[in-house]
Design a protein. Structure first.
Length: 308
């Protein structure tokens, strides 16, 4: 009987230790205000690794699509990057008012889908008037992350989505270089000026069934980078729609583990390891397309790199 009680007590202590470790290993998440100058600020969320991970940490600015900063899917994305040891700053570089965003709901469902298009078109209207502010906002977010004492200012990348991806191209080819750019689901017609020959290493993600931005611009950008002899990887996913590599259905159990999300995130971490940590690539878990979907690099690609 004493042995049984002793074993139960030991198991109880072990369970408490495990629980404590789980609770203390959660990455730091806090709301911040990114200064834009002249008293203006951009709302942001910082996701920092656990203190037990050696710092200074490499950093990633995640530039959400218009009105996206409240969306749970972005928080999941940033949390996962933080768990990999990256200091992450999430911003909506469009500056769309947080009070007008739908919150944690899925933007692909009515009526939030309509509201998402309102967000999108309102930013488009501003871009028609002037576009310098968009790249400048991304630059302010990068500078803010660089200024954090536990972040390595020389190891910063930007992962930008949709319209923000277009603005990030313009910023990344400017004078203040970043170590890498992840271009997610961007494209024509709202492309800001950029210079391919001045871009850092670039990782391109695009779904071939994207109904917002045609996949053709991902191929065009790949061709430009190849001609400029820049370091890049391009992954085109057959059958996947806009924002496929961050979106999952909040109401569908297990949807956050769907193959395209896992595959693209593995590619993302491998790229960031290479450009920020100078580590060798690790092999991701590929998601294979059907034979009918497989084409050569001049057309579609089933997660096959079009790099270099």
């Amino acid at each position: 009987m004493r042995v049984v009680l002793r074993n139960i007590r030991s198991l109880g202590v072990a369970a408490i230790v495990v629980l404590a470790c789980c609770l203390t290993s959660q990455a730091e998440k806090r709301a911040v205000a990114v200064p834009l100058g002249e008293g203006d600020a951009l709302p942001g969320l910082c996701f920092f690794p656990d203190d037990r991970i050696a710092n200074p940490w490499p950093g990633v600015v995640v530039a959400a699509n218009a009105g996206g900063i409240k969306l749970t899917q972005y928080h999941t994305y940033c949390q996962k990057l933080s768990d990999e040891g990256f200091a992450v700053l999430l911003v909506d570089a469009s500056g769309y008012p947080e009070s007008l965003t739908p919150g944690k709901d899925s933007w692909r469902k009515m009526p939030h889908h309509v509201w998402a298009w309102v967000n999108h078109l309102s930013v488009v209207a501003l871009l028609e008037l002037n576009h310098d502010w968009y790249a400048r906002n991304i630059g302010c977010a990068v500078d803010f992350l660089r200024s954090q004492p536990r972040v390595d200012a020389k190891r910063i990348a930007v992962s930008a989505f949709s319209q923000s991806a277009n603005a990030a191209l313009s910023y990344a080819s400017g004078r203040r270089a970043i170590a890498g750019l992840v271009w997610n689901n961007g494209g024509w017609p709202w492309i800001l000026p950029y210079e391919p020959s001045k871009l850092p290493p670039v990782l391109i993600f695009h779904g071939e069934a994207d109904g917002v931005y045609n996949v053709g611009y991902a191929r065009k950008l790949s061709d430009e980078l190849r001609e400029a002899r820049r370091d890049f990887d391009c992954y085109l996913y057959p059958g996947e729609k806009h924002m496929f590599n961050i979106y999952y259905d909040l109401d569908k159990p297990g949807d956050d583990h769907k193959p395209a999300l896992k595959s693209s995130f593995d590619h993302l971490v491998a790229f960031l390891d290479r450009v920020l940590r100078k580590q060798a690539r690790r092999e991701p878990s590929p998601v294979r397309a059907t034979d009918d979907e497989r084409r050569d690099a001049s057309g579609s690609s089933d997660m096959t790199s079009l790099a270099k």
